[in-house]
Ligand binder design. Sequence first.
Ligand code: C2E
Ligand code: CA
Ligand code: CA
Length: 259
Amino acid sequence: LLKKTLAFKNDLHEALNNKEFFIHYQPIIHTASGTCCGAEALIRWQRPNGPLVKPELFIPYAEEIGIISSITKRVIDLVFEEMEQFLIQNKEAHISINASAEDIHNGWVLELLESKIAKSKITKQQIWIELTERTFLKMEEVKKIFIQARTLGYVVVVDDFGTGFSNLSYLHNVPLDLLKIDKSFIDSLGMHSVTSNVADHIIEMAQGMNLQIVAEGVETQAQYDYLKEKKVDYIQGYLFSKPLPAREFIKFAAQRNIG
Ligand code: C2E
Ligand code: CA
Ligand code: CA
């Protein structure tokens, strides 16, 4: 196991040096208008002549061996490289970036974003920062970062909402913009299972607190109709599109927003 871990560690370092990471962008749809209002940046790793490695496999490793920050930096660099034109031409659009616990705890992500933004015409509201609830172990630190990010003008999203932190009292203490309902709760909509009305409760609670909502992993028209009826603000899922390479995403957005 140790050998395998060490090999993986080398592979990840090599991947960074050889630029083997790239981004796919999954469209996010504004529910009421049906337009594409942005995308989530999702990392991909293609080994030379090898298979595509899923982020779920290597992100936890990268976190464990302490190189997640280098990966996040690569993601941010790529997003600014590939999406700058799109964001300048579509001032209402945004790109969501996933940050890990470590990125947040030492706060450098905000510094990097600040320096990037200063050199571009992208506005801060066009950058959404997604933090999964798993990050929330040290609530005081998370709170500090959320306040900083929002004060600076970024949009902060709680990712995988409902799966991690069991004490929801943080919702009252931490300034938030958006909750992203985890796919597992979307899957169980209308299934008559134990969790099938969790989504309803989350929606009701978020709306009661004036938070916006993204539903992720929407695959069927029935799920979409239901969420639209409930006035969920944004939808993301295979029903509209899988994550796409930059150029294809830009084409998708243009077609969707003209048609
Ligand atoms: P996540 O942030 O919850 O991202 C959503 C995942 O759900 C993505 O998987 C996306 O492709 C998938 N998905 C979206 N809609 C559907 C759907 O309708 N059906 C199905 N079956 N799946 C759907 P992906 O790209 O494999 O990413 C998995 C996880 O890896 C992400 O979950 C996130 O936690 C992590 N990840 C991805 N990119 C990054 C990154 O740049 N940085 C960090 N720290 N984590 C990342
Ligand atoms: Ca995410
Ligand atoms: Ca999720």
